[in-house]
Design a protein around this ligand. Structure first.
Ligand code: AMP
Length: 540
């Protein structure tokens, strides 16, 4: 017997309908690509998104067609997403930090029909345009089309002027594709994650839970996490769903610019990768400024060092929610809001728990397995490959690539190595590819990095395995110092002493001018292994 409740397809554009109807005056503020602050609201965003839908149909875009965006977080980018989704198209975010060749590969693989782009990326688009096989329309997110010598560029404002603001959204199956985002895989070609309307809406519900992002109407939210990094971590859907005021940072993500928005717009909730927060905290240190409005900061994308957590919580009175997720998970998997039991513990214990990656959301199943796929105990000690499943987790990549990551029971192998505690907390020890195997035992590079970055002279730290004749691999600590600061190998090793097991102690320390990052802000271990993999400690 079936229940007698209505079928109300979970379609993403219903979110912006809700926002326009019930939170129509709520502000959406952007630091525009051109520089000045731009202000609009959800009613306007909805109205102009309808124009995008209509205009796309007029140029022949059809249901299921991919429409690419190459842009920072702005109100126009947001409108384009809802407009693409509302006519049955698939928004496809391209990451402008990727190399031109990768963007070309991804856009051709996705068979994008249209490309919306920030005018700041005009020369990049000019470089790739001749190699894009399927893109027929180039639309600049601007009032006026930039001067360029490729294709026919239309200004976004002219484009949407051709559309009808009374356009009626299409109704279709909630399982229809809605968005596409390629993962920045470190090996092989990038792989496409194809979100459905249903997965995006369910994920927004999941992310909204109080112990997850806990976003409320009264919040002012700044997603520093870009829309091209896994849906701005759901905020592009969550903020209109709750009617929170939305502050879009545009292209400037340095400490001073982020601070200006946090302060000027009285932001209460924000989200970004640790490198953004390191830059903000340095800025605060230098200027002596404070964060009187900010209540909660979501930190994820790579492991959050202890110093960041301590600074936010103890110096600036901001609650840190450490989050773990993946593009393949829409992206949220676990969040580190404190459970009732942990909230009773000492400050030191609470910080220790915040360093873990947190508790799974309802809607995310997790297990850890060994090399033969046998499930390992949830005892906080055993670590193994982390597998996940749920309604907002990918069941395959676009065009059937990377099949080995998905098993018959629907589990997706995250490529991360983790422990699961009896108390429900998950801790990532490494990417499977980055684990250091020393004498048959595993050393967590993440844990050493997190401690090393706590040294007052250190701006960033990375740990990789270097080969060793006896132990197979040993850790090498690579340190980038803060400008004007000095430290020696002996000082660094002394700083780690007593904080990690003796046999985890790096065999050597090298000081580097830069630590390379991927397009989504992660330390690029592949590059470090190329640079330093052959390093041999003088004593060894
Ligand atoms: P992406 O799909 O680009 O967001 O990358 C997902 C990967 O980033 C995960 O599989 C993890 O390896 C890493 N990651 C994300 N969040 C965290 C975190 N809080 N701690 C450690 N690693 C993380």
């Amino acid at each position: 017997m079936f229940g007698l409740m209505q079928d109300w397809p979970l379609l993403v554009h219903k979110i912006i309908d809700h926002a326009a109807l019930y939170h129509g005056d709520r502000e959406v503020v952007t630091r525009s690509v051109e520089g000045p602050i731009h202000r609009t609201n959800y009613r306007e965003i909805r109205r102009r998104a309808a124009r995008v839908s209509s205009a796309l149909e007029k140029i022949g875009v059809d249901s299921g067609n991919r429409v690419a965006t190459l842009g920072s977080n702005t109100w126009r980018h947001l409108e384009s997403w809802y407009g693409i989704a509302g006519m049955g198209g698939v928004y496809h975010t391209l990451n402008p930090r990727l190399f031109a060749d990768q963007i070309v590969y991804i856009a051709n693989h996705a068979e994008d029909r249209v490309l919306f782009f920030d005018p700041t990326f005009t020369s990049l688009v000019g470089e790739i345009a001749p190699r894009l096989k399927t893109v027929t329309h180039f639309i600049a997110f601007a009032d006026r089309a930039p001067q360029a010598n490729f294709g026919h560029i239309v200004a976004y404002e002219d484009f949407i002027a051709t559309g009808d603001e009374n356009y009626i959204w299409k109704e279709f199956d909630e399982h229809s594709a809605c968005g596409l985002c390629y993962t920045s895989g470190t090996t092989g070609n990038p792989k496409g994650v194809l979100y459905s309307h249903r997965s995006n809406v369910l994920h927004a519900f999941m992310a909204c839970q109080p112990d997850a992002m806990g976003m409320r109407n009264a919040d002012t939210v700044l997603p520093v996490a870009p829309m091209y990094h896994a849906n701005a971590w759901a905020i592009a859907f969550l903020a209109p769903m709750t009617g929170a005021k939305l502050v879009m940072p545009g292209p400037k993500l340095d400490g001073a610019s982020v601070y200006e928005l946090l302060d000027g717009e009285k932001v209460t909730l924000t989200a970004a990768v640790p490198t953004v927060w390191l830059s903000l905290l340095h800025y605060l240190e230098e200027t002596g400024k404070a964060l009187p409005h900010l209540k909660r900061v979501l930190i994820g994308g790579s492991a959050c060092p202890r110093t960041i957590i301590e600074s936010f919580e103890m110096k600036y009175d901001v609650d840190v929610v450490h989050a773990w997720g993946m593009t393949e998970m829409s992206p949220l998997g676990t969040l580190g809001s404190l459970t009732a039991a942990v909230a009773e513990l000492s400050q030191e214990e609470k910080i220790a728990h915040k360093m873990k990656q947190g508790h799974p959301l309802f809607g995310v199943e997790m297990k850890i397995v060994d090399d033969t796929d046998g499930e390992l105990p949830r005892d906080g000690k055993a670590f193994g490959k982390l597998k996940v499943r749920g309604p907002a987790v990918a069941k395959g990549y676009f065009r059937g690539e990377g099949e080995h990551a998905f098993d018959r029971e629907g589990w997706f192998d995250t490529g991360d190595v983790a422990t699961l505690g009896a108390d429900g907390y998950m801790t990532i020890t490494d990417r499977a590819k980055d684990v250091i195997k020393s004498g048959g035992e595993w050393i967590s590079s993440i844990e050493i990095e997190n401690i090393a970055v706590g040294h007052k002279a250190v701006a960033e730290a990375a740990v990789i395995g270097i080969s060793h004749p006896k132990w197979d691999e040993r850790p090498l600590l690579i340190v980038m110092l803060k400008p004007g600061q000095t430290a020696t190998k002996a000082e660094m090793l002394q700083f780690l002493e007593g904080k990690i097991a003796k046999w985890w102690m790096p065999d050597d320390v090298v000081f580097a001018n830069e630590i390379p990052h991927t397009a989504t802000g992660k330390i690029q271990k592949t590059v470090l292994r190329e640079r330093y993999g052959g390093h041999r400690p003088l004593s060894g």
